[in-house]
Design a protein. Structure first.
Length: 449
């Protein structure tokens, strides 16, 4: 809509702001244009002083042509529309679609009512945030052929259903982990993230940290593991950690095999974990993906806010990839789909299991998925928890070992140890004799007698 006197009056009263700039003359106009293009766009009112006094400016074709040249000389050219209102020229600057924009004196963006020049580090952060530079596409010059774990390559190809080829460099190019130049492959960051002999040798901020806490706070850590062999292994090992400590019950349906029902569906937790690994900001080296198990919830957190283009309103509805190379390799082995359906699959999985829905904290520096644990089921005639199964097996064989329990129940030795210690603290179980050759005793009141 064209400018009106009433709108101008309001603008003059409110003064300069994030999208409004007053200029008495043409000087430094390119700086203001670049700043608006790098931000959310805005209007420059030529012929008005910083104090919001209308001085006016002589409007003619020469002035308009000069202003258009200034916009075109920015790198890349800034898109503008000129509007005349009485003796004021209004320059409408569109938000740029090819950021960042540079003027003759450098890079600027809009901060409140001012054009702020970007420092070197700010330019780097700006470019990263705009997706112009992607972490997974950067060349990793200190990573070479000798750093590749060929067993990981073979395992990946088997999972992906890809036949091995004789020309390994061509294979690496097709996987997207390197570029071939003059017969030599230059690896990018995807290579160490997925196929390094030891990822710790190159990056440590790529760790997935898993922690089990006592109670509902972080005051007491019962167990902690850091996984950093490669991204796929980190996902698999982290899921094993979750399965150790997430309460499950067993439903007996008449079939030979009992049905394991976790307190939170494994599918939902796995989807959230993969999302965290795929979408985290790998330029942020001050944090890592964290899986935290509390008495009443599980939290999965990844560094980096929402990818540019995502908002809290469209989160989970559209797909925007911060790390397309990482997403592509996970998709090849069917760990994810690229169409932005992960959040919806989590919702449906939780709904089908009739457990509380996940809550999401969307901050500028991290994204957190919070999974409340379902209340314990009151059905006891056809269902059995992990600890109930343990007590039943111990009653059948008081001399059973942790290893035997782990094999029969289907959890790790650490998981067995955790549940046994909990049963002892609750006064339901005690052990006498040597650690490996002693005898278990199920105490009265333990249930299932």
């Amino acid at each position: 809509m064209p400018m009106t006197k009433e709108e101008l009056r309001i603008i003059l009263e409110e003064g300069e702001g994030y999208r409004i700039e007053f200029k008495e003359r043409v000087s430094d106009l390119d700086r203001e244009m670049a700043a608006f293009a790098n931000a959310s766009g805005g209007r420059i009112f030529l012929g008005i002083t910083d104090e919001a006094k209308v001085r006016g400016i002589f409007l003619n074709n020469s002035l308009k042509s000069r202003i258009q040249d200034i916009a075109n000389n920015c790198d890349p050219a800034v898109k503008i529309i000129l509007e005349e209102f009485e003796n004021i020229l209004i320059i409408h600057v569109r938000e740029g679609t090819d950021k960042p924009y540079k003027c003759s004196s450098g890079f600027y963006t809009r901060t409140g009512p001012n054009a702020q020049k970007l420092s070197r580090d700010q330019i780097i952060s700006f470019v990263q945030a705009e997706g112009k530079v992607r972490y997974d596409e950067l060349i990793k010059r200190d990573f070479g052929d000798n750093d590749i774990n060929h067993e990981k390559i073979e395992g990946f190809l088997k999972k992906a259903g890809i036949s091995p080829v004789l020309d390994k460099y061509l294979l690496y190019k097709n996987l997207g982990i390197g570029e071939i130049q003059e017969g030599r492959v230059f690896y990018n960051n995807l290579a160490p993230l997925f196929f390094a002999k030891n990822l710790n040798d190159f990056y440590y901020h790529t760790v997935v940290t898993c922690a089990l806490y006592q109670g509902k706070t972080k005051a007491t850590v019962l167990d902690r593991k850091d996984y950093n062999s490669d991204l796929v292994s980190s996902v698999d090992l982290s899921m094993n950690f979750i399965k150790q400590y997430l309460p499950v019950r067993y439903e007996f349906t008449g079939e030979p095999a009992r049905k394991e029902v976790p307190q939170i569906p494994y599918e939902a937790l796995r989807e959230a974990l993969i999302n965290a690994v795929v979408h985290r900001d790998y330029f942020e080296k001050g944090g890592n993906v964290i899986v935290e198990i509390f008495e009443d919830r599980i939290e999965i957190t990844n560094p980096g806010g929402l990818v540019k283009g995502l908002t809290p309103e469209n989160f989970g509805k559209i797909s925007m990839l911060r790390n397309p190379g990482i997403a592509n390799l996970f998709q090849r082995i069917d760990y994810i789909e690229k169409m932005g359906t992960g959040i919806e699959r989590i919702r449906l999985s939780l709904k089908e299991a009739n457990v509380p829905q996940a809550q999401y904290e969307l901050m500028s520096s991290f994204v957190k998925a919070v999974f409340p644990k379902a209340a314990e089921s009151s059905e006891i005639t056809t269902q059995e928890t992990t600890q109930e199964t343990m007590l039943r097996l111990i009653r059948l064989n008081p001399y059973t070992t942790r290893g035997e329990l782990a094999g029969k129940i289907g959890i790790t030795a650490d998981g067995v140890k955790y549940h046994l210690e909990k049963l002892k603290k609750e006064g339901k179980l005690k052990h006498s004799g040597a650690t490996k050759k002693g005898k278990w005793e199920v105490l009265k009141g333990a249930g299932n007698e």
